[in-house]
Design a protein around this ligand. Sequence first.
Ligand SMILES: *Cc1c(COP(=O)(O)O)cnc(C)c1O
Length: 344
Amino acid sequence: MHFASDNSGPVHPEVLAALTEANQGYQMAYGTDTLMNEVRDQIRGIFEAPGAAVYLVATGTAANSLALATLTKPWETVFCSPVAHIHEDECNAPEFYSGAKLTLVPGEDKMTPEALRGSILAEETRGVHGPQRGPVSITQVTERGSVYSLDELQALCGVAKEYGLPVHLDGARFTNAMVALNCSPAEMTWKAGVDAVSFGGTKNGLMGVEAVVFFDESKAWEFELRRKRGAHLFSKHRYLSAQMAAYLQDDLWLRSARQANGNCARLADGLRAAGAEFLHEPQANMIFASFPRSKHRALHDAGAVYHLWGAELEGEDEDEMLACRLVCDWSIGEDQIDQFISLL
Ligand SMILES: *Cc1c(COP(=O)(O)O)cnc(C)c1O
């Protein structure tokens, strides 16, 4: 019963098989392997963007930081949610790589167009003395398990465009959002006004690969220089390419995300039936819910693994409602979910 995160599960067997298959003979290094040519074409194909620039890196932090650095001047500021991964969970790597700062758009999780506009208007007001306006970074699926609708994405991108600002999408859970919305990659990105995407793979079955996609090819060379200078250009790059090729082969990316979201829906139904309270409506593969300490204790004693959310298991009051975060990946079996629910 492991619900700690979608990066604590195994690598999908089809990905490991692809790595073994790629592990033969010789290949040119540093992203010039033949598999990368296929991956580039496949990603351009799924995004319906024949001119897109496509790169692979091994972590989401590298994808976000290098993408944002490419879109941002050091004297600019990046607009994002106060709970954005780039703000809370990347040890200032976006600031390190870009030399810029972040401006937190007031809110709980999702940004609203009104709040974004307010934050944009409040910057670039002090001439040479203050930060200049820079890109907007949107997380899809959000850090609290919510999914922006296409209308919401378009509205945020619309505000950014009014001020001539580029938009970055942190898609560590890109495919979970896409299958939840039942839309195409193009609809969730450039058709809505997104300029660059961190297209996650690790949390959805890969060993460690995220693609960075720029719909404006003119950013390509700068990104390449930044990736190398930032020490994220892999020499035995074919093993990144092989993972991403396997991800896109036979719709593995879609199958995995549907499985993860389906597991999450089953778990959410069970929690609801057991009387748990939801902090956010689960829309993809993450749940934030509260139930009594006594139940957490029973689950903990039975070996369930997940994070409490701003709460401690230790305490006297057995009826106190404690919040937790439960994340499902593709690999969680129905038996694990049902066991969890029956303990609850
Ligand atoms: C997991 C995650 C990332 C990537 O994190 P790494 O640990 O650097 O791979 C980026 N953004 C979000 C929203 C995430 O959840």
